[in-house]
Ligand binder design. Structure first.
Ligand code: ATP
Length: 210
């Protein structure tokens, strides 16, 4: 069965680094990918743009294609968005369908700080996306939990519901939302780092301009 892959993040703002790795992961895994913006990320400072503004940017970014979709459930929930809760909810909705959590290499190294992180492997596979500039040193604890879970053959992910780990070598694009926010605050125009749709409506990037 075609896996459903979830790519979570703050998307503050969504940029071409996110979209290109999500797209490539969809192709490499032969999976549907949904982008899932987080409301109150437990691990980091709050986003600069509001939930509604981030959704508007994501909608503009995803226009014209249907392979990448948007799921706003975490924004509709009150309190922090814990990935484990989202995956448990999706498991109940999707039955036996394989679920896969897509995480950038930087975020993956920080997995042991996530709420009930060990349980993630009970409900989903994990796909780690290479990210330039990230020399991810994995803690002993994380190494222990992932030992024996690594697979290279994508078809395994289509035949099992959860519990495997795959590394996805995607085209490196050294783009970060932090850098884009800095450029916008300086009055610069980071046109080819962001999806073109974000420039169609001048209000979309207003939260970052000083
Ligand atoms: P910030 O600079 O604000 O920390 P970010 O660019 O890292 O933001 P997030 O929304 O925090 O974006 O990222 C969501 C997910 O996307 C994370 O798993 C992150 O590792 C991954 N990601 C973001 N940018 C890239 C990129 N250029 N290449 C690969 N993965 C990326």
């Amino acid at each position: 069965m075609k896996p459903l892959a979830i790519f979570g993040g703050t998307f503050d703002p969504v940029h071409l680094g996110h979209l290109s790795v999500a797209w490539e992961a969809a192709e490499l895994l032969d999976a549907d990918v949904c982008l899932m913006p987080a409301s109150v990320p437990p691990h980091r400072p709050p986003p600069m743009a509001s939930a509604a503004q981030r959704v508007a940017m994501l909608r503009a970014a995803l226009q014209g294609q249907s392979r990448l979709t948007l799921d706003t459930r975490e924004l509709e929930r009150s309190g922090p968005s814990y990935t484990i809760d989202t995956l448990i909810e999706l498991r109940a909705e999707q039955g036996d369908r394989p679920l896969l959590l897509l995480i950038g290499a930087d975020a993956f190294a920080g997995l042991p700080s996530w709420h009930r992180w060990r349980e993630l492997f009970e409900v989903a596979h994990v796909g780690v996306l290479s990210r330039p500039g990230v020399e991810a040193e994995l803690s002993d604890e994380l190494q222990h939990v992932i030992s024996g879970r690594r697979v290279e053959d994508v078809s395994v992910l289509h035949h099992t519901m959860a519990g495997k780990l795959i590394e996805l070598a995607v085209t490196p694009l050294e783009i970060s939302a932090t850098r884009i926010r800095e450029l916008l605050a300086e009055g610069r125009d980071p046109r080819y780092l962001l999806p073109a749709g974000l420039f169609d409506d001048p209000g979309l990037l207003a939260p970052y301009r000083s």
